[in-house]
Design a protein around this ligand. Structure first.
Ligand SMILES: [Zn+2]
Length: 68
């Protein structure tokens, strides 16, 4: 395989096509650019995303959207 590859998958919520760097690992968090759902990498081959359960985002100490 060549270096520099992007992998594409779909948002499980809105179906938008998302491109991810190949170095993402299982459990990597991301936010859909379209519906802004909190997602994580559930599986790598094939690449599959899953919605982060709401309680998990609620309990996280490092919430990305805390603007003081
Ligand atoms: Zn989405």
């Amino acid at each position: 395989m060549l270096a520099m590859s992007l992998e594409t998958t779909k948002c499980p919520v809105c179906g938008r096509k998302l491109a991810l760097q190949e170095y993402v690992t299982h459990g990597t968090r991301l936010v859909c650019t379209d519906c802004e759902s909190n997602l994580y990498v559930e599986a790598r081959r094939p690449l599959r995303l899953k919605l982060v359960p709401e309680e998990a985002t609620y309990n996280a100490n490092d919430r990305p959207e805390s603007y003081g």
